[in-house]
Design a protein around this ligand. Structure first.
Ligand code: ADE
Length: 243
């Protein structure tokens, strides 16, 4: 998988993804990251990439020329025409399902906007997906692009090691993750749940699954209607609701 990021703040993206698990995977070349500075495609002697909005109003708008030329240059290195994702609060809200779908692509291009936005004509021409990371406004598309690359890349085989494996984590089966504990066995007077010390794997599995159901019901009940629930799960939830 190769991620291309078109941005005015390349260091922010490269340095952010160079840390932790994504950094380790980049070092091992499990996926590739090509961060491109849109400013390098300015034809202006002062390297400007923005201008005043037609019709007036606050802020500046990114001009179509540098964005398009940057995109065209990236395309030269691509086998097929990749999907182009524009980060905007006007987009579809990003989710685990979208991350899974995008993780199957060979290449993805992320376009990070700044100022009051990007000239709509170039967006119309090159963007295939408008995505948001939530109903709030950020100063630019860099953090959303990093969020998406982080969550997509951890689904690529080899990015997580066995211990980090995504298998039992939140959202994988539409439920939140069960609570985790480590040493010490007693902390501030609170003991680790007995079952986790028992070594009885089947009981531990059952307890964890029930905790996932309980957590989801308590914290994100909206997820339960979409989760894959067995008859036994439904019975357990009925019991919870009654108690
Ligand atoms: N750009 C600014 N705010 C954003 C958001 N919430 N999601 C994606 N891109 C953005």
């Amino acid at each position: 998988m190769r991620f291309h990021v078109m941005t005015l703040f390349p260091d922010m993206v490269s340095q952010g993804l160079a840390a932790s698990i994504t950094g380790r995977a980049l070092e091992k070349q499990i996926f590739d990251l090509n961060v491109v500075n849109i400013r390098d495609y300015s034809l202006d002697k002062h390297r400007h990439v923005d201008d005043y909005p037609y019709g007036g109003g606050a802020g500046m708008v990114m001009q179509p020329g540098p964005v398009y030329d940057c995109y065209a240059d990236i395309l030269k290195s691509c086998k097929r025409q990749p999907r182009v994702i524009y980060m905007t609060p006007q987009g579809t809200v990003f989710s685990q399902k979208i991350a899974e779908e995008l993780s199957k692509e060979e290449e993805l291009i992320f376009l990070c906007g700044h100022y009051e936005g990007v000239d709509d004509r170039v967006l119309d021409e090159i963007v295939t997906d408008y995505l948001s990371i939530g109903d709030y406004v950020l100063t630019g598309g860099e953090l959303p692009a990093m969020v998406m690359i982080d969550s997509i890349s951890r689904l690529i085989p080899g990015v997580l090691n066995n211990k980090e494996s995504a298998e039992y984590e939140s959202f994988q089966d539409g439920l939140l993750e069960y609570p985790q504990y480590t040493r010490p066995e007693v902390y501030h007077g609170k003991s680790v749940p007995e079952v986790l010390l028992s070594g009885h794997h089947a009981n531990i599995e059952k307890w964890r699954h029930e905790q996932s159901l309980k957590r989801t019901w308590e914290r994100r009940p909206d997820l339960l209607s979409k989760a894959d629930l067995t008859d036994q799960d439904k019975k357990y939830l009925e019991g919870l609701k009654k108690s």
